[in-house]
Design a protein around this ligand. Structure first.
Ligand SMILES: Nc1nc2c(ncn2[C@@H]2O[C@H](COP(=O)(O)OP(=O)(O)OP(=O)(O)O)[C@@H](O)[C@H]2O)c(=O)[nH]1
Ligand SMILES: [Mg+2]
Length: 462
């Protein structure tokens, strides 16, 4: 696809750094570089070999060639580039002023500022990446743990797309057969043929379902989960947050009511990005500030996917404890029995009589006792154990999950129709819906406004 304009953006993060990059893509990329770049070798960029870096300066031609920055110019000629177009990259000094000065000159010379994700959108429209791969670029950039990075890089190199394309090819072949029996109705009585079609449909359905089943864990690993620590004052909630984060993030004292507001920190447990939320201890109080804190603690319940409910082994259960044990019954929760180093008044068995189906982990936070067990239990609760990347690709995004669900549902009707000897016209309709769902994932059948929405979520310069 040929685009008429040339786009440019700062492709690196804002802030001070060793280098920063102004990326330019389009037919004017090389002429713009020729206008702005001066090298001691005196070779104009239009004549530089492709995929090379050349030392030189960016100058302002409207100010008697005043030197704006000292740079390395990267030249990459179409078609073997990220976007499939000519690309030049000015590797500038990584400060916002040199970068914006160079970008301004690039724009004055005829480029336009790129929209977020526009380089990747061009890569997609030029067939360099399919849509699932393009989305994996954004996921790779946003990955929060090594596990999510691994899944994203696999998707970027085509693991998900290959599987989806394989399912697509098998269904397209099936559709061709079904359509043939519409065109030649005398053959549709062939029992063997229908049996074979049914076998194909079932086998694709099986693989599709397997893929769809990866989405729950996949999204969890990519998007992360909110985990709230709740308990009465002084049970050790902030101590737990600090121990899991590895720094003294929250104030810990032996005064009940120390934490007044919610405190959030990102941590990684077993490859799952967790937003850990420490809350104010729950109790009835006359203190207005603390009252608001307690309200916030309760509000956290609505947004948390997992609750860590803490109890003090050295104290009898009080009303707040009973309230939490009641809440635990209907939500995903792990019970933590802390301070088991002190003479035990409340035992794990007592907690279990109130919540027989929950897991209890005994801890002594200052000694680190029970923390590994707690981490393992968190993985158990969220993923059913340690997550291992296997042969199958992993679905990580809601759009893919939804498209697969559509494909799976329609394929279910295909199987049903074939089983009941329905006319091939009907089978073909559902097959096409299923194919559309698969096509959406890799961008074969995706509409312009959905594409715009997807790429708008990207960062500028990617
Ligand atoms: N003996 C013992 N003391 C602990 C343990 N865990 C925490 N503590 C102590 O308990 C006190 C309260 O700890 P915090 O972490 O501030 O408790 P909290 O639940 O955040 O309290 P609030 O913010 O007031 O709701 C501190 O003095 C901690 O050192 C434990 O396992 N054993
Ligand atoms: Mg606290």
């Amino acid at each position: 696809m040929k685009f008429h304009d040339t786009i440019a953006a700062i492709a690196t993060a804002r802030g001070e750094a060793g280098i920063g990059i102004v990326r330019v893509s389009g037919s004017l990329a090389l002429p713009i570089a020729t206008e702005l770049f001066r090298s001691p070798r005196e070779v104009p960029p239009t004549e530089l070999p492709t995929h090379t870096l050349t030392y030189g300066h960016v100058v302002d031609t409207s100010a008697s060639d005043a030197v704006i920055d000292e740079v390395l110019l990267g030249v990459m000629r179409a078609p073997k580039t990220y976007t499939g177009e000519d690309i030049v990259e000015f590797n500038c000094h990584g400060g916002i002023v040199p970068l914006t000065s160079v970008l301004d000159l690039v724009v004055k010379s005829g480029a336009r500022i790129a929209d977020p994700g526009e380089f990747t959108k061009r890569a997609f429209l030029n067939g360099k990446l399919d849509l699932a791969q393009a989305e994996a670029v954004a996921e790779l950039i946003a990955s929060k743990t090594d596990l999510s990075r691994k899944i994203a890089i696999e998707a970027l190199t085509g693991k998900l797309s290959d599987t989806v394309n394989d399912l697509n090819d098998r269904l397209a072949a099936l559709l061709a057969e079904v359509e043939a029996s519409i065109d030649f109705p005398e053959e549709d009585l062939d029992f063997m043929k229908v049996e074979k079609q049914l076998e194909t449909a079932r086998s694709v359905q099986n693989d599709l379902t397997t893929l769809l089943e990866t989405a729950a864990d996949g999204r969890l690993i990519t998007e992360g989960v909110n985990v709230a620590i709740l308990g009465k004052p002084n049970v050790g909630k902030s101590s737990l947050l600090n121990a899991l984060v590895g720094t003294t993030r929250a104030i810990v004292t032996d005064i009940p009511g120390t934490t007044r507001d919610t405190i959030e920190e990102m941590i990684n447990i077993g490859g799952i990005p967790l937003k850990l939320i420490d809350t104010a201890g729950i109790r009835a109080t006359d203190d207005v500030v603390e009252q608001q804190g307690v309200e916030r603690s309760k509000a956290v319940l609505d947004n948390a996917e997992l609750l860590l409910l803490m109890f003090d082994a050295s104290q009898p259960l009080n009303d707040a404890d009973h309230e939490l044990l009641h809440i635990a019954q209907s939500l995903k929760a792990i019970l933590i029995l802390n301070k088991v180093d002190l003479p035990v008044v409340t035992a794990a068995t007592t907690l279990l009589t109130h919540c027989p189906k929950k897991r209890v982990v005994e801890t002594v936070i200052p000694d680190g006792k029970g923390l590994d067990k707690l981490k393992a239990t968190v993985c158990e609760e969220l993923l059913g154990g340690e997550f291992v990347i296997g042969e199958s690709p992993i679905v990580t995004n809601a759009r893919h999950q939804e498209a697969l669900r559509r494909a799976d549902e329609a394929l279910g009707y295909v199987v049903e129709s074939l089983e009941n000897g329905m006319p091939p016209e009907l089978v073909a309709v559902d097959l096409r819906i299923s194919l559309d769902g698969l096509g959406d994932i890799v961008g074969k059948t995706t509409t312009e406004d959905i594409l715009d929405r997807i790429f708008a979520q990207f960062c500028v310069g990617k």
